[in-house]
Design a protein around this ligand. Sequence first.
Ligand code: FAD
Length: 406
Amino acid sequence: TEHIVIAGGGLAGATAGKTLRAEGFEGSVTVLCAEEQPPYLRPPLSKEFLLGKAGEETVSVLPPGWYQENGVELLMGEPASSIDTTRHLLALAGGRVLQYSKLLLATGAQPRRIPLPGSDLDGVMTFRTLADSKRLRGLLDGGGKRVVMVGSGWIGMELAAAARSYGNDVTLLGLEDIPLSAAIGPELGGFFRTLHEANGVQFRLPASAAEITGQDGRVTAVVTNTGESLPADLVVIAVGVVPDTALAEAAGVELRNGILVDASLRTSAPDVFAAGDVANALHPFTGEHHRSEHWHNALHGGKVAAKAMLGQAAVLDMVPYFYTDQFTVSMEYSGFPTLAAGTTPVIRGSLDEGSFIAYWLRDGAVVAGMSVNQRRVQKPIKALISGRIPVDAGQLSDPGVPLEEL
Ligand code: FAD
């Protein structure tokens, strides 16, 4: 009988399980979770859940009863430990061995660890899991703490906003001159910096943490490479993630910046697929491989992998999308950051008023669009990108010209 095994119960893995049943697959399905937790969504962990505005029930990918009702075996606290791709066998850390007809690797990513003296002190943490979010929420609540955030990417910025919203002192260090500039360029990174400064977040940029000092096993300060000592009760290290390729690597599955897959998410091993943060997938739009670390990619990757495992002609070809919420700002971004890199965005609306769309163009066509505090504009932005429609920058920046008419 057919048995589809999904190693990694995150958004990609759970969505794949759901899609298999939705597509009428009647064989066995097993979802393996390394964590003692049914699959959950991570975006709220640094936003509404951390801020205490949403409860644990809101982070579940699927309703708690779904797995049983749909005959999907959910094994929690049961990491996969090795794969024999020739014999189609997967071993669990607990010793059980599963025979698979198709296997999906959806092992996600882990926080990047940096060799920083003092990182093991009490009060120093990385941030990825529901347990991390619960712990940080407990520490931030009540305010009055000195928080040092190491890392000026999306997670560092969201955590800084949350920490500040609870009334803590927040200082953020990062390697860039301007936060987020590697992702969205200096103009838009500057917008987020201004937003944070207006809300009382302090920056040290560019600066790196050279050492974390402590007393009696507890953190007391972060010493920067410029010799400054920043007093700290709590330090969060958010310096990016690395794809969790251990299982694939040991099995000899081809890796390149994650697990290398084609547009249907097939790996180099027969009947083995990969989706979500761990997968570096060929994108038909650019003809290049992209590894995305975003919610939308895990959701659609899970769907595409499930369909491909059932032999359907599915490809992951949508325009990449992600979002962030920080203080009063809701931002959405669609497009290809690699194509946008190095080009100057065209702005429609006003950065000062905190409501605008930024467009990046290449060869006269929009390749990325970011909207801040605007509703229902992502659909036309995606249509412009996927249509490769040549646009006039003057019209693009003119709020009087409806987006649909560009
Ligand atoms: P994961 O969610 O990492 O799930 C993989 C799971 O596999 C993990 O639970 C892991 O424990 C498990 N696993 C690993 N190895 C094994 C093994 N050997 N056996 C069994 N299980 C294993 N994206 C956005 O677009 N917008 C946002 O605002 C946003 N905010 C975020 C905030 C935070 C705090 C974080 C951490 C991420 C955020 N993201 C956001 C990114 C988004 O959450 C990820 O892209 C998404 O979770 C990826 O899903 P995934 O299923 O590929 O991997």
